[in-house]
Ligand binder design. Structure first.
Ligand code: ZN
Ligand code: ZN
Length: 269
């Protein structure tokens, strides 16, 4: 099992299970040395069950900080969030950028309340998705890009537009020194799905990682945990690794996300 995981949710988001402390205890039992909490960021409009309400943010911060102290001799705990690039929410995002130890970018909609990436099936919106990733990196909003290929969840065919998107994301990763995540979450948990050009996991998707490997982009493994029990299982990790089998991926095992966050905090605007 891996030793570091920066991608962990809590029950506050409405689609994860267990108490915060159960995540910590399971991570310790699973052999982790570093545990980052990165629950879905709250915005000014509630959207259950996708993310916590903004009123819950202070309690989230207090809970993770107190667990960090309580378990400091057993595991190194850090407080983060999984944010989207939403220019309309800049005040809230600015607060998270300052307050959190680190931020990961998980772009789930093109803009707040519209354009779910789970429904994208055309090159125009695929391009807009990549534009959002670029905007986040340009502004110093995030410290790694979670599931860059989640946009292929419903994409019918892995054609030239997908290759082009992968190349652009590789360019962004190298330009901003921004790691890309190999995600071990629900994209593999629910098994392979049928698409018009064959069966594959919804994400991660090999064609993206072919480009990332070719360009030697930094890759970070993220478990995207929504249930403490999953710290004790390796099935989903092995499924994600099977997607990139044989590729010369530049996997960074001990990515110092905290130092990266310090730099991005200074550059953030
Ligand atoms: Zn989630
Ligand atoms: Zn996540």
């Amino acid at each position: 099992m891996i030793k570091t995981n920066w991608h962990t949710h809590t029950a506050r988001c409405g689609h994860a299970y267990g108490t915060d402390e159960e995540y910590v205890q399971a991570a310790i039992r699973g052999g982790l040395k570093t545990l980052g909490f990165s629950d879905h960021a709250a915005y000014t409009t509630p959207y259950p069950p996708e993310r916590m309400d903004i009123e819950q943010v202070p309690e989230y911060i207090a809970s993770i900080r107190s667990l960090k102290e309580k378990y400091k001799n057993q595991i190194s705990i850090h407080l983060g969030m999984e944010v989207e690039y939403y220019p309309s929410q800049w005040e809230t995002l600015t607060y998270y950028r300052k307050e959190m130890d680190y931020l990961i970018l998980g772009q789930h909609q093109l803009e707040l309340g519209a354009g779910s990436v789970y429904g994208i099936r055309d090159p125009q919106r695929l391009k807009r998705y990549v534009d959002a990733l670029e905007g986040a990196c340009y502004h110093g909003l995030c410290d790694y890009i979670a599931h860059p290929d989640v946009v292929l969840y419903s994409y019918p065919v892995l054609d030239g537009s997908v290759r082009e998107a992968a190349r652009r994301i590789a360019d962004i990763s190298l330009k901003y020194d921004m790691p890309l995540e190999l995600n071990c979450g629900s994209g593999v948990r629910y098994g392979k799905q049928h698409y018009s050009d064959g069966d594959r996991y919804a994400y991660p998707v090999r064609i993206f990682f072919e480009e990332f490997a070719r360009r030697h982009c930094p890759i970070v493994i993220g478990l995207d945990i929504h249930n403490p029990q999953l710290f004790l299982e390796e099935r989903d990790l092995n499924r994600a690794l099977s997607v990139i089998e044989g590729l010369d991926c530049n996997i960074i095992e001990d990515y110092d996300i905290l130092s990266a966050a310090e730099k991005h905090k200074r550059d953030f605007f």
